[in-house]
Design a protein around this ligand. Structure first.
Ligand code: HEM
Ligand code: HEM
Length: 195
């Protein structure tokens, strides 16, 4: 089952979610590591290029993911005991994650193209700079990029804790349905019955 249904996530959403989550955590680690390197370190240029290439690939993946979400149903909460406020909070937290991912990646693009040069993604596609730029763009947006990266990582850590709470404490299938494709009518099945 590729598409989402009213109760469960489909394979495409699951693949997008986990490939992007792993890549984002990796890019965060790589980002913190690479800014400590100096020009004379062997991996100075390589690490920056890798960060930019994966970052821009993620940017494209995010656009596709948002389109996929828009043409799909978003499953309703798997936690039947959740209050309306909790359901709304989860919804807005997800929107915040999408928004943060987008502006973090866009800010990375603005740092890398501050000097007017295009980004060559894996030597395959050249993404041009915007026709306009502002003074100290690289430094100013560099600081914003760092703050946004930390904010996204902290928010996703809270989000992961919430998923683990649903699994181990509330014992519903919130996490399991993001890990594997479940039978369509599985909303009322407990976690224990699914694993
Ligand atoms: C989800 C995606 C991304 C994450 C989690 C991420 C994370 C980070 C982190 C943690 C740093 C180190 C910040 C610091 O300590 O100063 C960094 C730096 C940097 N990132 Fe990203 N980044 C992402 C996407 C991108 C993209 C799409 C690009 C550009 C195409 C990019 C370009 C850069 C550049 C050029 C730096 C160096 C900035 C400097 O020298 O101050 N990043 N990134
Ligand atoms: C950088 C890391 C992550 C990001 C950016 C992220 C982002 C998101 C987003 C945007 C959604 C909403 C999907 C939709 O459109 O319906 C979502 C759902 C979900 N995520 Fe993550 N996620 C991350 C990491 C994790 C981790 C580490 C876990 C588990 C330990 C996790 C568990 C879940 C679960 C269970 C759902 C489904 C929630 C529901 O059914 O309401 N995520 N994630």
């Amino acid at each position: 089952m590729l598409k989402n249904t009213e109760n469960v996530y489909g394979l495409i959403t699951i693949i997008f979610h986990w490939l992007m989550a792993i890549s984002i955590f990796s890019l965060f680690g790589l980002g913190l590591y690479m800014v400590e390197l100096t020009y004379y370190d062997a991996w100075y240029k390589g690490s920056l290029d890798l960060h930019k290439n994966i970052g821009m690939t993620l940017f494209v993946a995010l656009m596709l993911r948002i389109v996929w979400r828009a043409v799909n149903i978003t499953p309703k909460s798997a936690d039947e005991s959740a209050s309306t406020i909790e359901v709304k909070a989860a919804h807005y937290a997800h929107l915040a994650l999408y928004g943060l991912m987008a502006i973090l990646m866009f800010s990375g693009y603005l740092i890398s193209t501050a000097d007017g040069r295009a980004i060559d993604v894996f030597g395959l596609i050249s993404i041009p700079a915007l026709p306009i730029s502002f003074a100290n763009q690289e430094d100013i947006v560099g600081n914003i990029h760092e703050i946004l990266a930390w904010t996204l990582i902290l928010l996703s850590a809270g989000h992961a804790l919430a998923a683990l709470k649903h699994h181990f404490i509330n014992k519903n299938n919130t996490l399991v349905r993001m890990l594997k494709v479940l039978p369509i009518k599985s909303l009322n099945i407990t976690t224990k019955e699914l694993i």
